[in-house]
Design a protein around this ligand. Structure first.
Ligand code: ADP
Length: 289
């Protein structure tokens, strides 16, 4: 069965299009990264799937139900971590999570056990009794993720869930997602995240789908990519066919698309370069790609 079916969906805000004719299927347990720059329509898509927003055209089915006809029942099976974390500032972390856990019908002990485990994983156990209003954005984000995990959701919708997290906590979140049995839609504008989640990728550009499929299929759609490569030695390498700048043991390359990365790496190795690390220089997807 398809867990999520988005069928020819368009959404307008005061006549301006936020999404246009978006369609894709997602099987039960599949993970989808929605990649796009600011304003591409990622949050709108997640809010439509959650049932908070209604499509102007098309329809969305989640776990077999139309999001318009059956939102309440579905919300029990869906977790959503949005831009605002929907936590109570004047309650402590534990009080918040017990409150939301009780809404899902969980026992206090069960909630506490889960919360302890997940807070520990995300390195936030020290904040258990701190009021949420006093937390940094990153820690609030961790608490929102803990809340989203409380009810063992069948579907998780995560809107840039690692935007304010340190690398270690981000890796934990990726691990939680990769080992989860839930169907997950994960919005991000950070290019490097497409490698970190084991699933499909949907590229959104100005409200339209630019590409959908596994990473192999969509790499060529990711244009104007800059990467940096660090080498063990500072020896100058002669690499033809790429726009390259080498200074000491650092190579900076401008590529037409991400698909060229494996070829670049092969060339560097072929010329005797010993690679220490490779990373994207585009911190996020910029608006003009
Ligand atoms: P992203 O999450 O990719 O940054 P959004 O889905 O937030 O993109 O926004 C897509 C477009 O829709 C943007 O142009 C944004 O300004 C517009 N938009 C989103 N929500 C609203 C709203 N509630 N009212 C008016 N315009 C909105």
């Amino acid at each position: 069965m398809r867990a999520i079916e988005v069928n020819n969906v368009s959404k307008y805000f005061k006549g301006a299009k936020a999404l246009e004719e978006v369609s894709f299927p997602l099987k039960k347990g599949e993970k989808l990264i929605v990649l796009g720059p600011n304003g591409a329509g990622k949050s709108t898509l997640l809010r439509l799937i959650s049932g908070i927003l209604k499509p102007d055209k098309g329809f969305i089915k989640v776990l077999g139900s139309n999001t318009i006809e059956n939102p309440k029942e579905m919300r029990m099976k869906i977790s959503f971590v949005g831009e605002n974390y929907s936590l109570y500032d004047n309650l402590s972390v534990m009080e918040n999570l017990i409150f939301f856990g009780r809404l899902y019908g969980l026992e206090k002990e069960e909630i506490e056990e889960k919360v302890e485990y997940n807070l520990e994983r995300l390195n936030a156990a020290n904040y258990k009794y701190t009021k949420v209003g006093q937390l940094s954005r990153g820690t609030k984000q961790k608490i929102a993720i803990c809340r989203a995990l409380l009810n063992n959701p069948e579907v998780m919708l995560l809107d840039e869930p690692t935007a304010f997290l340190d690398p270690k906590a981000s890796n934990e979140v990726h691990e939680i997602i990769n080992s989860s049995k839930a169907t997950i839609v994960y919005a991000t504008q950070r290019l490097e995240e497409i490698h970190k989640i084991d699933g499909k990728v949907l590229i959104l550009k100005k409200g339209r789908v630019e590409g959908f499929g596994n990473i192999n299929k969509i790499l060529s759609k990711i244009k104007n990519v800059k990467v940096e490569v660090y080498l063990l030695e500072s020896k100058k390498l002669l690499i033809n066919g790429f726009k390259i700048l080498q200074k000491g043991n650092r190579i900076e390359a401008e590529l037409d698309s991400a698909k060229e990365i494996p070829e670049l790496i092969s060339k560097i190795i072929e010329k005797g370069g010993k690679i220490l690390s490779v990373s994207y220089l585009n911190e996020s997807i910029s608006g003009d790609w």
